[in-house]
Design a protein around this ligand. Structure first.
Ligand code: MN3
Length: 193
């Protein structure tokens, strides 16, 4: 076992009623675990990669000396592992206001409302499985975008700040097809503001 499933910084029911306990349990202990297991499995072939951080591996994804099928497995499962780590850390039952980030967002996106609108639109309209991201690019500028499946901002050279998972497994038990309601409610559990 190279990498491990992180403990959540809160209990599985801490984000109720916005994200229900059952979804959190299945999402963390089954989906996240499964990405991790497959990521560790493919790394068994590459002892040199086991000494790197998962973020470093994803940052260098296209230059790794691995087979094409293993590169794909690392993209999907290493991406799935790291993306979920960031997602859990993006949320909390208690706000931990980040005043610097708030000012920066207001400056970059004109207002917090405008930012939330744009970010929500990305999350709601992303076609199929994926994530919406707030990241910092290599000029330290804030940027938002959505990425498909388990693609990682690290592979694009960006530093993730927070994200929302819009795979159906992230909301289907409680919200069924209503991704929009899930996204609207998610702002209540985003930790930073
Ligand atoms: Mn997920």
């Amino acid at each position: 076992m190279t990498f491990k499933l992180p403990e959540l910084p809160y209990s599985h029911d801490a984000l109720e009623p916005y994200i229900d306990k059952e979804t959190m349990e299945v999402h963390h202990t089954k989906h996240h675990q499964s990405y991790l297991d497959k990521f560790n499995k493919v790394l068994e072939n590459y002892p040199d990669l086991q000494n790197k951080s998962p973020e470093e591996i994803l940052s260098n994804l296209n230059d790794l000396k691995v087979s094409d099928s293993d590169r794909n497995a690392i993209k999907n499962n290493g991406g799935g592992y790291v993306n979920h780590n960031i997602f859990w850390q993006s949320m909390s039952s208690e706000k931990q206001m980040d005043d610097n980030l708030i000012s920066e967002i207001e400056e970059k996106f004109n207002s917090m409302e405008n930012f939330k609108q744009k970010f929500s639109d990305l999350a709601k309209t992303h076609f199929g499985s994926g994530w919406a991201w707030l990241v910092r690019d290599d000029n330290k500028q804030l940027k938002i975008y959505s990425l498909s499946n388990q693609e990682s901002p690290y592979t694009l050279g960006d530093e993730p700040i927070f994200c929302i998972d819009v795979w159906e497994h992230a909301y289907y038990l409680k919200y069924q097809n209503k991704r929009g309601d899930y996204v609207d409610n998610w702002w209540n559990v985003l930790k930073f503001f």
